[in-house]
Design a protein around this ligand. Structure first.
Ligand SMILES: [Zn+2]
Ligand SMILES: [Zn+2]
Length: 267
């Protein structure tokens, strides 16, 4: 099976202490063909303890050292996961133009300047209001930015929020999610299957299968698979489940990227 983990974090991310090399060694040991290093850049992240910024020169230098060291054993891609907020669109586009990346994930981690890991955004909102507010923000980002290759964990709003029942009735939000997916497809952008939802006890990947299926029905073709690992043991976690979802939804290929250009690999 061709496995390529296209969402991994290392000590270049404020929320991980794993050297990139440890992830690479694990990926080789479990037989991955490719790994994309996608550390966090989140301009103006609300929590000062987690600045989510790194020195690109050091990052690129370490990745190219590892590319050379492990050449022939695994393909390593230089990636990044950029947190999108409307007031930093300019900074993001400038960063994406200035630096070389094989692959860029655009993700929503903050809405209305609130970090979604905390309660702030959810205070005083019903589940419907919170989830709809999140998707409206994603739609706005998808319409107004172009720098990313795939949108990260596109329905991850139900990872947090403190609601007793975090399940999302997909139909309740399809009036917004359909527009998000159509816009992504028109712009030639993909989505990722992010397997961290299983580790967060949600029983599904991000996005849940209904959204993956809908992306396919609407003509979407670009799908990467990522674990969102912050420690080596999570590299390629639950990829068998992700591939099962992909096949069930009609996908025959996954996507890999070099210099931001997609190629398709049969699954
Ligand atoms: Zn993320
Ligand atoms: Zn991530």
């Amino acid at each position: 099976m061709f496995y390529a983990d296209y969402h991994t974090h290392s000590s270049f991310s404020s929320d991980s202490s794993t050297p990139i090399e440890e992830n690479i060694i694990t990926a080789i040991n479990i037989g991955l063909k490719e790994i994309a290093v996608t550390d966090h850049i989140d301009f103006d992240y609300p929590d000062p303890e987690f600045p989510f910024l790194f020195d690109y020169e050091k990052y690129a230098c370490e990745i190219s050292r590892l590319k050379e060291k492990y050449n022939g054993q695994i393909v390593i891609r230089t990636g990044v996961e950029i947190g999108i907020q409307p007031h930093v669109y300019g900074l993001i586009e400038e960063l994406a133009c200035r630096n070389y990346y094989d692959f860029i994930i655009g993700s929503t981690h903050c809405v209305d300047k609130f970090d979604l890991c905390t309660d702030e955004f959810f205070k005083g909102k019903s589940k419907h209001e919170a989830y709809a507010g999140y998707f409206k923000d994603v739609l706005n980002n998808v319409k107004n930015t172009d720098f990313f290759n795939v949108y990260g964990h596109i329905d991850f709003i139900n990872r947090y929020g403190g609601f007793k029942d975090r399940t999302m009735d997909y139909g309740e939000f399809s009036f917004i999610t359909d527009e998000i997916l159509k816009t992504l497809i028109e712009k030639g952008k993909g989505i990722e299957i992010n397997t961290s939802g299983f580790r967060y006890g949600l029983g599904h990947c991000h996005p849940q299968a209904e959204l993956v299926k809908r992306y396919r029905e609407l003509g979407g073709e670009i799908i990467t698979v990522g674990s969102d690992a912050h420690v080596p043991k999570d590299i390629a976690a639950d990829f068998d489940k992700a591939y099962h979802v992909l096949r069930k939804c009609g996908f025959k290929y996954i996507t890999i990227f070099e210099n931001r250009k997609p190629s398709f690999i049969k699954i």
